[in-house]
Design a protein around this ligand. Structure first.
Ligand SMILES: Cc1ncc(COP(=O)(O)O)c(C=O)c1O
Length: 423
């Protein structure tokens, strides 16, 4: 990839490590993207890939979905930022509320990090308590309270440098899928403002909640008056239109959404119980603000996304879940055929393989998987024109644009890559 290589050399001179988000880097250098359409992405050297990174899960409808592009184009002709409210913001919040009834009131923000940061501040402001519980390996964005034993690009880093202990002394980290530990911490502590959880953990590879984990959590938080925050930045609109909360039938007090909310534009949302959300300024005393919040271009993309996902929901979700299950089964069969110890975790349109013989249910079991094998598999897939996120601690995602021939090619590519790993 000579063009990507020289672009990376140029990038390193002006961008730290040559990338604008650490997860985009991989050895020896990442490919630089020229364009994308549907289920495909092309690099600067003219290579084409079937894309399972899908903007880290954001492109549920695929790249350049015509309805979204046309809605955004229309908005571009009438303005890109006003600094005053628009009817479109009301329309989008109403559409979100329809799909997520637990989000009685919604504030639009830009990134997922901003959404979770606001949710934490609201939980503290509402309960007048200080402590926050998060789970080991979950990633909720790159901000102080939650960048502790997190997953994704920061997996393995206990606390980022530059985050003083003063910031994190109120963050309690618990093992994912460990209801007993959660109960003990809640019983011992009367200063807990909130729990933030990825209902399906997508930042440590893919880890599913065990049978009663989320239900136990809901029961315990309700009893103790602790705010339960579902971080559905990944699972929102992906585990079905109503996200993980509809899938599992659990009503959190607050929810954060991002990624598939707009299928590739910069917008996220935080919402929840009316009483909690009304704590936000200017009506309430919890401050949160942004110049770009609810910006008209992203809102136009959000409305078109929601209308599309909602009108096609009976087609989209069964199709991508079926394709994902087929791929997950085939990966498992190939790895078994070649005698490679492995686990495949999958749910709805999300999947990941781990090279370990023990089930992957939390941070520790995910960390035990063989990352070197994953790296070899990643490069082999890339050579065959299949792009998955470069790290073991990420998840693979189907989009509605993936065709059955994409699926067949991917099944073959994984089989070849796993055969090579065996050799
Ligand atoms: C579950 C979850 N929450 C929050 C975030 C942060 O979102 P953003 O990268 O838009 O700040 C991410 C990002 O990957 C995420 O996966």
């Amino acid at each position: 990839m000579p063009k990507s290589k020289s672009l990376f050399e140029a990038a390193k001179k002006v961008i730290p490590s040559g990338v604008n988000s650490p997860v985009r880097y991989f050895e020896p250098y990442p490919f630089f993207v020229k364009k994308a359409a549907g289920s495909k992405i092309w690099d600067e050297d003219g290579n084409k890939y079937i894309d399972y990174c899908t903007g880290y899960g954001a492109m549920l409808l695929g790249h350049r979905h015509p309805r979204i592009i046309s809605s955004v184009k229309k908005q571009l002709t009438i303005g890109t930022l006003y600094g005053a409210p628009t009817s479109s913001e009301v329309e989008l919040a109403t559409l979100i509320n329809r799909a997520y009834p637990s989000m009685q009131k919604i504030r639009l923000v830009n990134t997922g990090s901003e959404a979770t940061m606001t949710a934490i501040r609201l939980a503290r402001g509402f309960t007048k308590k200080k402590k926050i519980i998060k789970f080991e390996g979950s990633y909720h964005g790159a901000h102080e309270s939650l960048l502790v034993r997190a997953g994704s690009g920061s997996a393995g880093i206990a606390v980022s440098e530059g985050v003083p202990n003063d910031f994190i002394k109120n963050t309690i980290v618990i093992e994912y899928n460990n209801s007993e530990q959660l109960e003990k911490v809640i019983t011992k502590n009367d200063d807990i403002a909130g729990i933030i959880v990825e209902p399906v953990l997508g930042n440590m590879g893919l880890i599913l909640p065990e049978k009663n984990f989320l239900y136990d959590m809901r029961k315990m938080t309700r009893k103790a008056g602790i705010t339960l925050i579902f971080d559905e930045i990944i699972t929102g609109f992906r585990m079905g239109l109503g996200g993980a909360q509809a899938h599992f039938g659990i009503k959190p007090d607050m929810t954060t959404l991002g990624k598939s909310l707009s299928n590739g534009f910069v917008i996220s949302a935080v919402g929840g119980n009316r009483e909690i959300m009304d704590q936000l300024a200017p009506g309430g005393k919890v401050y949160e603000a942004s110049t770009f919040a609810g910006n008209p271009v992203s809102v136009a993309a959000g409305i078109a996304s929601l209308q599309t996902m909602s009108s096609l929901k009976n087609k989209i979700y069964p199709k991508i879940a079926k394709q994902c299950l087929t791929l997950a089964k085939s990966i498992h069969e190939s790895a078994t055929k070649y005698g490679i110890p492995h686990q495949v975790n999958a749910i709805e349109s999300m999947f990941q393989i781990f090279f370990t013989d023990k089930p992957v249910v939390d941070y520790a079991s995910s960390k035990r998987a063989d990352g070197k094998k994953f790296h070899r598999m990643f490069h082999n897939l890339l050579k065959q024109g299949v792009f998955v996120a470069p790290s073991q601690f990420e998840t693979g995602f189907f989009s509605y644009a993936h065709s059955n021939s994409d699926l067949e090619n991917t099944i073959q590519a994984y089989d070849n890559a796993l055969r090579k790993i065996k050799q």
